[in-house]
Design a protein. Structure first.
Lengths: 104, 114, 239
C-alpha cells in the first residue's frame, strides 16, 4: 500500500514541479541551460533541494510504473525475476548519477 | 484480440505508453546532464540540441508529458473521491486542456528558438 | 417488424480440424428478439452442434455472457434491433474456451474464493438474524446485485495479460463484505485484496463498468476499497 501511495504522491510532486521546471527552463529567459547558468543554479541550496526531490520523485515514479508493467505483462517466472531485478537496480544507479550531478 | 475501445481504456493506454516513454526519457535526460562534469562536452551536446529535428522531438516530448500528467490528474482525482460519473467528462476536458496548453507552450517554445 | 441478421460466430471445435473457424448464419428475427433467441434458432434449425450456455434467459443467472460485436454482454439482454445487421459473436475474452461460446470459468471462481465470499462474524449468534439497518444495506446494495456472469473480469485489460489479478468481480465481492456492517473480518479481507495482484492493479479503466449487465459502477466500489485500504494503513492495519 505504501509503495502505491508514494507513487501517487510523487506523481503530484512531479506535476507541480514540472510546471515550475517548464516555466523556468523554457518559457522565461533565453540562456537557462547554458553551462554557466546551470552550474550557478546548482550551487544554490534551494535549487539543490528542488532538484533532489524532483529527481528522486521522477525515478521512483517511473520505475514503480515499470515494475507494475512487469507484474502485468511478463508471464515467465524466470524473466519476471530478471527484469524485476533490472528495474530495481537501474533506478539505484540513476539516483547515484543524479546525485553526482546535483552535488557537482 | 479485438475489443471495443471506450474512453477509459483509451486514456489508460495513452497513460501507459507515455509513462514508459517518459521513464526512458528520464534515463536519457540524466545521461545528458551527467556531461555537466565537463564543460566542453556539455556545450557540445547542447549545440546538438539546437538541431531542428531535436526541437521537433522536444515538442513531441512536451505533448507526451502533458498527456501523462493530465491522465494522472484524472486518475488521482478519481482515487481521491471525485465521483466516477464525471470520468468521461474529465477525460474530454483533460484532452482539451492538453491541446490548449500544448499549442500555447509550442508557440512560446518556438519563439525561444527563433 | 422482422428482418434478417447475419450471425458470425467464432467456433471452437476441439475434435475437428481446423479447431477454430468462423461460421455464418442468416436468421430472421423480429425487433423484440434478442441475440440469445437468434442463437437458439440457429441451434434448433440450422446447426445442432453450436454450443453456448444459457439458463434463465432473463438476465438473472449470468450464464450467457459472451462477446457480442466486440463487447461483453449477456445474449439474453441484448436486443438484435440495437445491433447492426452483422452480429459478431465470440466467447468471453481471455478465459480458456471449452467449446464454441462456452468458456472455462474456474479461474474466475478461484478469484472469487480468494476474497472469502462469505460472512465472517465470530460473535455469538443472536436469537434471531443479525440485524442490519436499511441505511447500511443501501451501502452495499449495488454490489449485491452482481450476478457473477464474468463480463467484467474478462473485459479488464489488466486481467487479459495478468491472470493472477483478482479482477473486478472478485474485488467487488470483497467490497460487498468489507462494507457489510455485520462482517468482522476487515483485516483478513484487506490482507486478501491488497497483495501484489490485488486492488492496486486496478487502473480505473472502466471497461468493467461499460459491460456490467446490472449496470454496477464497479470502479466506484474499487476506488472506495483503495481509500479504505489507505485509511487502514495509516491506522497501522494491514499493508
Amino acid at each position: 500500500m505504501w509503495s502505491w501511495l508514494l507513487h501517487r504522491i510523487t506523481g503530484v510532486i512531479l506535476a507541480v514541479g514540472l510546471v515550475y521546471h517548464f516555466i523556468f527552463m523554457h518559457f522565461l529567459g533565453q540562456n537557462n541551460y547554458s553551462y554557466e547558468a546551470v552550474i550557478q543554479r546548482l550551487s544554490d541550496p534551494s535549487w539543490k533541494i528542488f532538484n533532489i526531490v524532483f529527481l528522486v520523485s521522477a525515478i521512483y515514479h517511473g520505475f514503480y510504473g515499470l515494475n507494475g508493467l512487469v507484474t502485468e505483462y511478463i508471464k515467465n517466472d524466470f524473466w519476471k525475476k530478471v527484469i524485476r531485478f533490472v528495474v530495481f537496480i537501474v533506478p539505484i544507479g540513476l539516483t547515484f548519477f543524479g546525485f553526482r550531478i546535483v552535488f557537482l | 484480440m479485438k475489443y471495443k475501445w471506450h474512453t477509459g481504456s483509451l486514456v489508460w493506454l495513452a497513460h501507459r505508453i507515455t509513462g514508459v516513454l517518459l521513464t526512458f526519457y528520464l534515463i536519457a535526460h540524466i545521461f545528458v546532464l551527467s556531461h555537466l562534469r565537463n564543460p566542453e562536452e556539455y556545450n557540445k551536446i547542447m549545440a546538438l540540441m539546437k538541431n531542428p529535428f531535436i526541437k521537433f522531438a522536444e515538442l513531441i516530448l512536451f505533448a507526451v508529458i502533458l498527456i501523462h500528467v493530465f491522465a494522472g490528474i484524472r486518475i488521482t482525482l478519481l482515487e481521491m473521491g471525485v465521483s466516477t460519473k464525471y470520468q468521461k467528462s474529465m477525460a474530454y476536458f483533460s484532452a482539451f486542456l492538453v491541446g490548449l496548453i500544448w499549442i500555447v507552450g509550442a508557440l512560446c517554445f518556438l519563439k525561444e528558438v527563433f | 417488424m422482422s428482418r434478417y441478421y447475419t450471425f458470425k460466430i467464432k467456433r471452437y471445435l476441439p475434435d475437428e480440424n481446423p479447431q477454430i473457424r468462423w461460421d455464418q448464419f442468416r436468421v430472421k428475427l423480429n425487433s423484440m428478439e434478442r441475440v440469445l433467441d437468434g442463437l437458439i434458432k440457429i441451434k434448433e434449425t440450422m446447426d445442432g452442434t453450436l454450443t453456448f450456455r444459457k439458463s434463465c434467459a432473463h438476465g438473472v443467472c449470468g450464464s450467457c455472457a459472451m462477446k457480442i460485436n466486440g463487447k461483453n454482454r449477456l445474449a439474453c439482454q441484448t436486443l438484435v434491433k440495437d445491433l447492426p445487421e452483422i452480429i459478431e459473436i465470440e466467447p468471453l475474452p481471455s478465459l480458456p474456451v471449452i467449446k464454441d461460446l462456452v468458456v472455462d470459468m474456474s479461474l474466475f471462481f478461484e478469484k472469487n474464493d480468494k476474497v472469502l465470499p462469505y460472512l465472517i462474524n465470530d460473535e455469538p449468534p443472536p436469537e434471531r438474524e443479525r440485524i442490519q439497518f436499511p441505511e447500511d444495506q443501501h451501502k452495499i446494495l449495488e454490489s449485491i446485485t452482481c450476478i457473477m456472469c464474468g463480463s467484467c473480469t474478462s473485459s479488464c485489460p489488466v486481467f487479459w495479460t495478468n491472470k493472477e489479478y483478482l479482477g473486478p468481480s472478485a474485488l467487488l465481492k470483497a467490497y460487498r463484505f468489507l462494507f457489510d456492517t455485520r462482517d468482522r473480518a476487515t483485516e483478513q479481507r484487506l490482507q486478501a485484496i491488497t497483495g501484489e495482484n490485488g486492488i492496486w492493479r486496478c487502473h480505473s479503466i472502466f471497461n468493467c463498468v461499460e459491460v456490467c449487465p446490472k449496470e454496477i459502477d464497479i470502479t466506484k466500489h474499487l476506488l472506495k476499497l483503495k481509500r479504505l485500504a489507505v485509511k487502514r494503513g495509516f491506522k497501522g492495519g494491514s499493508e
